[in-house]
Design a protein around this ligand. Structure first.
Ligand SMILES: [Zn+2]
Length: 41
């Protein structure tokens, strides 16, 4: 999934609305190490 700064999310690398290159974003994934890190400080 990509995100255009002006138009929001898009599925294409190039925004179909403003024809600018959108940024590739990764969906947040569950990270067990991060969770343990908070508990351990
Ligand atoms: Zn756009």
């Amino acid at each position: 999934m990509y995100k255009c700064d002006k138009c929001g999310y898009t599925l294409e690398e190039t925004c179909p609305k403003c024809k600018q290159k959108a940024k590739l974003i990764k969906l947040p994934k569950y990270n067990p190490e991060d969770k343990y890190g908070k508990y351990r400080r």
